[in-house]
Design a protein around this ligand. Sequence first.
Ligand SMILES: [Zn+2]
Length: 247
Amino acid sequence: MTSEKTFPRTLLVISAHAGDFVWRAGGAIALATARGEHAKVVCLSFGERGESAKAWRAGRTLEEIKAIRREEARNAAAALGAEIEFFDAGDYPLVESQELVDRLVRVYRDTEPDVVLTHPLADPYNGDHPAAARMALQARVLAQAAGYDAPGEPLGAPPVFFFEPHQPEQCDFKPDLLLDITPVFDRKRKAMECLPAQQHMWDYYTDLAKRRGVQLKRNAGPNLGLAHDTMGEAYMRLYPQVTDVLA
Ligand SMILES: [Zn+2]
């Protein structure tokens, strides 16, 4: 059975930890949902071991921290208008497995995404991020195979964009797309504020959005009337853009 598409377009975001999709792709998600599109986030883990230092210092248990981070991520996804699914696969390390890849294939077949966002393939600071990316990419390819045993139709070829890692230069991240997120930046900031476990990131990612906004204006040309306070997110394409018009 082919699942009925009830939304015109779907954005699929595959995130290693609970906060990643917010810092790095919150603007893209909010833009999609503001246009009436469906956005789905798959959170492979809660970042319970590796990205919850504040809760560990406060003496919380692993299960408590997972519950806290789940709630935070759910609130952030709601602030962005996105659906969220948790795989609870564990972090530090996020261990790659065929079972996780198969679960992702089923998400691809079910959601039929038009665009996929995930981590870049290199991150010497955090092995979970490339592990999430490798599984996201492998699942996309398997979901395209007519003979792969999962419900739904074979997937098309949705473009994949890597979102910006925390330290881009070390992750071979060179932006080739700057997304104007000015109209939805307030929603991104609200979503970030749903993550008090990582409060130190709120201003950092606000400042980054300002810098990417300045670069966006520079690349758009000086006379397009873009707002002084243009906010941006940077992305890298994995596959070539397909078009019949150079633009
Ligand atoms: Zn992360």
